[in-house]
Ligand binder design. Structure first.
Ligand code: SF4
Length: 147
């Protein structure tokens, strides 16, 4: 049994979480790191609180108290326009202060976002390939299934 917390970008605060929960069930995207036979429980789900992400200072503590062993920064932080400029800061802060590993991403990147970001400089400027590798190397077929 693995327990995780998810922090989403506040720009998508009204998101119903459908892609994340589906990807967890299918073990796609960043959830592919968990074997299908291992059960994964989401013990916390929150937004960053809005730029510059003040909720990140506190919400991992609550998730940790509830048993979280890792924190996922949702795929929305990577695919938004522009991507969240604080991803690396959030990861460093949570791992240093709370001692919880941070995984970049949740569900696969929808192909339509791949297509758009391919035409824009943001991902290159933020070196997304370095931090969101598992999301970027997924097949186009899977990405299209998450459009
Ligand atoms: S861009 Fe980053 S800091 Fe701003 S709302 Fe989204 S996750 Fe939070």
């Amino acid at each position: 049994m693995k327990r995780i917390g998810i922090i989403i970008c506040d720009r998508y605060r009204d998101c119903g979480g459908g892609k994340c929960f589906r990807a967890l069930r299918e073990r796609r995207g960043a959830f592919s790191i968990y074997p299908a036979e291992e059960s994964v429980e989401i013990v916390g789900y929150s937004t960053c609180g809005g730029c510059p992400g003040g909720n990140v200072e506190y919400v991992p503590e609550e998730m940790k108290k509830n048993g979280a062993e890792a924190i996922h920064l949702a795929t929305g932080l990577v695919v938004g326009y522009p991507p969240c400029p604080n991803i690396r800061r959030f990861k460093l802060f949570i791992e240093t202060i709370y001692g919880l590993p941070v995984v970049i991403g949740t569900h696969p990147i929808p192909q339509k976002y791949m297509d758009a970001h391919g035409k824009l400089p943001f991902w290159k400027d933020h070196n997304m390939a370095e931090i969101a590798q598992p999301l970027l190397i997924e097949s186009a077929e899977i990405k299209a299934a998450y459009n």
